[in-house]
Ligand binder design. Structure first.
Ligand SMILES: [Zn+2]
Length: 66
């Protein structure tokens, strides 16, 4: 059964990558405010809020494990 281990590891990596990609593409970040050092964002899909130095957030943490 040792041959199953690399298959499981690869499946986990692929699964995490797919989930991360889906989550990123599902989120629609909209700028809600701008401060001196940061920009405030809100996701219109799941309602998450985030702040970045510049540019849209790369991920959404509103639904971890979803
Ligand atoms: Zn979102």
């Amino acid at each position: 059964m040792l041959f199953l281990i690399p298959i499981i590891v690869i499946s986990l990596y692929v699964g995490m990558y797919v989930l991360r990609t889906d989550r990123t593409s599902d989120c629609r970040w909209r700028q809600t405010g701008k401060e001196a050092q940061s920009i405030a964002w809100r996701c219109q899909v799941c309602g998450a809020v985030a702040q970045t130095d510049k540019g849209e957030p790369k991920h959404c943490g509103a639904k971890p494990g979803d």
